[in-house]
Design a protein around this ligand. Sequence first.
Ligand code: ADP
Length: 399
Amino acid sequence: MTVSLSVLIFAVQKFHLTLRLAERGFMQKIGILGGGQLGRMLLQAAANYPIEPWLMENDAECPAAHLCYHFVKGDIKDFDAVYSFGKNLNAITIEIENVNVEALEKLETEGVRIYPKPSVLKTVKNKILQKQYYQRYEIPTAEFVITKNLQELDSRKNFLPAVHKLGEGGYDGRGVQVLETIEDVGKGFDKPSVLEKLVNIHKEIALIVAINEKKETAIYPPVEMLFDPDLNVLDYQLCPADLDEKILWKLEAIALTVVRHFDSPGIFAIEMFTDKKGDVFVNETAPRVHNSGHHTIEAHYSSQFDMLWRLILGYPLGNTDIILPSIMINILGAEGYNGEVKYEGLDEVLQMENAFVHLYGKKQTKPGRKMGHVTVLNREKQDLLYKSKKIKRALIAKC
Ligand code: ADP
């Protein structure tokens, strides 16, 4: 039997294509540890790519569970649960740092790709190690000392005014105490902690950097974060941040230094402070998709979620440019309401031009709980600020 030349060429081309896809791992099994809103948004973006997503979380009612191909109920802090979840996957990523790092280390030695590397998680999970990391690489950060217990804190009274931060276990402001005067020392932590100088903050900035296996980087424009003074939870964030060009360059250079020394592919959100003198201090780094990047879904060509999948799959990094300036408003559970959530003002917000509503599917509300967010796009900063206030007033998570 003779085979025509064109059929042969077609077969060879097809074979090469198959090989290329295999190299890139067509339909890769990728696991996500954690099923909160970040996991949910990761899954939304995963649907565009050849990914078979797996997700593990203890709560079968979590925001990401019903969007997932394969949901595994399990404790992400438990060695056996994480190891057995990961052993048949091509890669694993996280949506929260509080995971079992030892299991990830074992999986890494067995060839599972982990984003970020477990070594990064070890450093950032502990605020003491994280501060020492910045110190080692001469990355500007607020001056600090380490205190093992309240007795040691007491002997450091001359360091006040300062901020006391629990080494492990704190998040969203829990585990952070401002100690202005000697009388405040009792509010400190009786466990290994960081005591760092109180910075006279001018702006709180977050900057997201993506870095791939080839060490190519893509950097998102910085966002300016504003906090609810009572709940210490992110209230809204503006992108791009209103910054002097020189400060912007400084922030970008510092963020890239933070990321490069970690020596790991992934997405990194670097939170920084600026003061009135124009100095920059790194506060902390999250080696994962982050709350400060929610707006990238609508306001940037490639969102942080899209970007993470690109780098895990070995595809080219995406375009971080702004389509339009944006503001992101968190929808937090209203004060005084605990129970099954009902949203007030949803119609009003959905009618607003260029307002994009994300509800996380959480059934129960409680004061300060992150229930969703809204991103608004507009060329004018004044319009963004005006609309954000309006949304904050109109859209309320009650029960
Ligand atoms: P968490 O990891 O719980 O979010 P952070 O370290 O980010 O805690 O601190 C929470 C908030 O406390 C920051 O967003 C900032 O407003 C304030 N803060 C933290 N460190 C300092 C500091 N050295 N000086 C002044 N304010 C600080």
